[in-house]
Ligand binder design. Structure first.
Ligand code: CU
Length: 462
């Protein structure tokens, strides 16, 4: 399928659906195709009002063209191969070469015309989740429009009446098509660029799949027991980090299209939810958080000032959701003595390793043979060892001196001397400085002396 497409100039990762355009209708906008699962640079607006584009983690934004003042996009619903991690590819359905599909970005006040071509083997439709639009553009097959048959192109056209954080997904054979990865983010920038400005603006969707280790296709009938918990159809350790320059104002927009809620927790900061898929949250209605629950079928955007440098974990707090493919029917062996049974098994299976009697950290440290096309359930290495993580986990990397447009992984955080937890060996290092103003040498400080730091989270002036 890919071989018939032609490579465009500019970006090697973008492939134009030239065949489709030529044979279907000369007036259709180009439908770029993305072949990479890496985070693409933000797409600066090529026409129309200016805005600060978002960065889609392990994703990209869909280019548009202007036709008589209307912003035109072309989505192609089609089977895709999505690299979920190095060594793990899934056969999904998505849009324009990837799952999730490209992020659509526009500006409050725009009129958009979105062509949707269906290259799936069955019909589909697109629902524009959270948007205020004419009922007939809402994308519910059967209710507000006929489904888009396989091989056909439909046109959605409406005015963008409010800014905020939205998404799109099918509303036709929805259970199957969402279980196969059909979804994308839809970000509407405010008409007034001085409204809620941020320096870094990230967006991603949470999705889940049930892919048997060694296989490629999600089991679509699964209701609860998924084994791939993803950030934009990527799993740790191959979810891109959120690279942030110190003192930047940062927004993180998260949507949830799985079948359970995800308490998203970010270390090192407190922050405030400033937007939902219903719109912006008024300053007087916000409160500080370090974990925000992303409901099923909902979106939350939170903001913070990146004043604390470091490598800060960002993850779902359901501990099974920061694991890769795992069996849930494994007995618990903690405290069990497997010595004698291990001796017997080794007679017939010399490679047998008794595991799990002291916890499961040994799973991450030894590399056991695993089936093709899967990655270990607990993995990822940092500068101090194994992270024993997977799934919905990534890192916010706050650094001094990062250029505004630079999203390259800056590597491991260099901790200032004396600021890393260390082993007690009987005495404190001489430089173990007590904070200024406290009693020299006193490491035990009573609570009343503790200084309360002003909150780093709350910009409430907007
Ligand atoms: Cu979760």
């Amino acid at each position: 399928m890919f071989s018939r497409r032609q490579i465009l100039g500019g970006s090697a990762a973008l492939i134009g659906a030239a065949t489709w355009t030529r044979t279907s209708a000369m007036s259709l906008p180009e439908a770029p195709i993305m072949q990479e699962a890496t985070t693409q640079p933000p797409l600066l607006p090529s026409a129309g009002p200016d805005y600060n584009p978002v960065v889609t983690l392990n994703g990209w934004s869909l280019p548009f063209r202007m036709t008589n003042g209307v912003k035109e996009f072309h989505l192609v619903a089609e089977p895709v191969e999505r690299q979920m991690a190095d060594g793990m590819t899934a056969y999904l359905w998505g849009y324009n070469g990837q799952s999730p599909g490209p992020t659509i970005e526009c500006v409050e006040g725009d009129r958009v015309r979105i062509f949707v071509s269906n290259k799936l083997p069955e019909h589909t439709s697109v629902h524009w989740h959270g948007m205020i639009l004419p009922c007939g553009m809402d994308g519910v097959a059967g209710l507000t429009q006929p489904a888009i048959p396989s091989g056909k192109t439909f046109v959605y056209e409406f005015d963008i009446v409010k800014s905020g954080t939205f998404m799109y997904h099918p509303h036709a054979d929805e259970m199957v098509q969402m279980a196969m990865g059909m979804m994308g983010s839809f970000v509407v920038h405010p008409k007034d660029p001085s409204f809620m400005p941020v320096d870094r603006d990230f967006v991603f969707l949470l999705s889940s799949y049930d892919i048997e280790p060694g296989s490629y296709l999600p089991r679509i009938m699964e209701m609860t027991d998924f084994n791939m918990w993803t950030i934009n159809s990527r799993i740790f350790p191959d979810v891109a980090p959120l690279v942030v320059r110190k003192d930047d104002r940062v927004r993180v927009r998260v949507g949830n299209l799985t079948m359970t809620n995800h308490p998203i927790h970010m270390h090192g900061y407190d922050f405030e939810v400033t937007c939902t898929d219903g719109g912006w949250v008024r300053p007087e209605a916000r409160w500080p958080e370090v974990t925000i629950d992303i409901p099923v079928g909902g979106m939350r955007a939170y903001e913070f000032d990146a004043v604390y440098p470091g490598d800060w974990a960002l993850h779902c707090h359901k501990s099974h959701h920061t694991m890769n493919a795992m069996g849930h029917d494994i007995p618990t062996f903690i405290g069990a003595d497997k010595t004698s049974v291990a001796r017997k098994i080794k007679v017939v299976q010399p490679d047998y390793m008794p595991m799990g009697t002291d916890g499961m950290a040994d799973m991450a440290e030894m590399s056991m043979p695993i089936p093709a096309n899967t990655i270990p359930m607990m993995t990822g290495w940092g500068q101090f060892g194994s992270l024993e993580m997977g799934g919905m986990f990534t890192v916010v990397k706050v650094r001094e001196g990062i250029e505004p447009g630079d999203y390259e992984d800056p590597g491991d955080y260099e901790h200032p001397a004396g600021t890393v937890a260390y082993e007690w060996t009987g005495s404190l290092p001489t430089a173990a400085a007590a904070p200024e103003g406290s009693d020299e040498g006193s490491s035990m400080r009573s609570t009343p002396e503790r200084q309360v730091m002003p909150s780093g989270g709350g910009h409430s002036g907007h």
